[in-house]
Design a protein around this ligand. Structure first.
Ligand code: CA
Ligand code: CA
Ligand code: CA
Ligand code: CA
Length: 327
């Protein structure tokens, strides 16, 4: 019997997987982690996560840089938007927008993301937005503050996220990536005059942009490859900032939050009659719960739908990743 227990102990305690919590490293603030040059490694976007080798930081809401990966470990249970958001009432939609981990690595050809949330009740639930600010850390102000909202007359994934979300001017994003369900994605380029121009799509169709790849593991964890050629080339000794927001999806745009939760919509926002500008986002990376609640609650009540002046503004919830020299 003792031998059996010993065998079980070895099997279940070994560092067999990147997300094993038993050998965590000391967590850092995003500022500290942003000072460490990241040397990346190749990822196969193949539904297997064993190629993600980095070790999780030991604390929630902290960052680590190790084994060629930048790793943000987000708190569990902070998927409450402005602090009052609740999920839709339908059983399949009662969870799935709680960010758990966001990782970044890269090689000479691609940027790679690993995005882990809690497991949704059905396969199509999460909607993830990643804004990429390529020049903010160096004082530049190019890009778009509005995270690819889209045209209200063209309510589609190609047009934008419709998440009613923006960032502070110093975080304006040159690129915005949105990932819907388990395999669909869009990339908009706002590096030219701030307009969000669709430059890549992934639908598992013949029109897919070559090299832009998304694969899920168990619905709740995604790996994404983005060719550097789509987002301005491989940075060298340069810091980028990443804004990571998670909500739910509805026909491949962000699912609306309303004042009171109903079968298909979460609650805790503003009046559903006004259908206003409360951000359709439950969770952010990069800061603590109080900070993200302040940011996601900073929308202007009763602004008209689509009025970007009234959108909630993210000013602190971001991750700084320092891309190292060419190998
Ligand atoms: Ca993989
Ligand atoms: Ca979370
Ligand atoms: Ca920028
Ligand atoms: Ca969070």
């Amino acid at each position: 019997m003792a031998v059996l227990f010993f065998v079980l102990f070895v099997v279940f305690s070994g560092p067999c997987f990147a997300q094993s919590g038993s050998d965590a490293v000391k967590g850092m603030s995003p500022e500290e982690a942003g000072n460490i040059a990241l040397s990346g490694h190749k990822i196969e976007v193949d539904k297997s996560l064993f190629d993600w080798k980095g070790i999780l930081p030991d604390e929630e809401n902290s960052a680590a840089v190790n084994n060629g990966e930048y790793i943000w470990r987000d708190a569990s249970g902070d998927d409450t938007g402005n602090g009052r958001y609740t999920y839709p009432l339908d059983r399949q939609l009662r969870k799935g927008a709680d960010l758990k981990e966001f990782r970044i690595t890269f090689d000479e050809d691609n940027l790679y993301f690993f995005i882990k949330t809690n497991r949704p009740g059905d396969w199509w639930v999460p909607y993830r937005i990643v804004g990429i600010d390529t020049d903010g850390a160096s004082g530049g102000k190019g890009g778009t503050e509005v995270l690819a909202q889209g045209d209200m007359d063209d309510y589609s994934f190609d047009s934008g996220t419709f998440a009613e979300l923006k960032v502070a001017p110093e975080l304006a994003c040159e690129y915005v990536v949105a990932v819907s369900s388990t395999y669909k994605g869009r990339i908009w380029d706002a590096s030219q005059a701030g307009a969000c121009k669709l430059v890549a799509l992934r639908d598992d169709s013949p029109d897919d942009t070559p090299g832009f790849r998304i694969a899920d593991m168990n619905w709740n964890t995604l790996e994404v490859a983005i060719p550097w050629s789509l987002i301005g080339g491989r940075p060298e000794n340069k810091a980028y900032r990443f804004i990571v927001a998670v909500g739910q999806q509805d026909y491949d745009v962000a699912r609306e939050i309303e004042e009171v939760a109903n079968e298909w919509h979460g609650g805790g926002g503003e009046s559903s009659e006004a259908n206003g500008v409360d951000p359709d986002v439950f969770d952010l990376a990069g800061a603590d719960k109080a900070t993200q609640e302040r940011e996601l609650g900073s929308f202007k009540m009763s602004a008209s739908p689509g009025d970007t002046q009234g959108f909630a503004t993210i000013d602190r919830s971001y991750l700084t990743v320092n891309f190292g020299p060419k190998q």
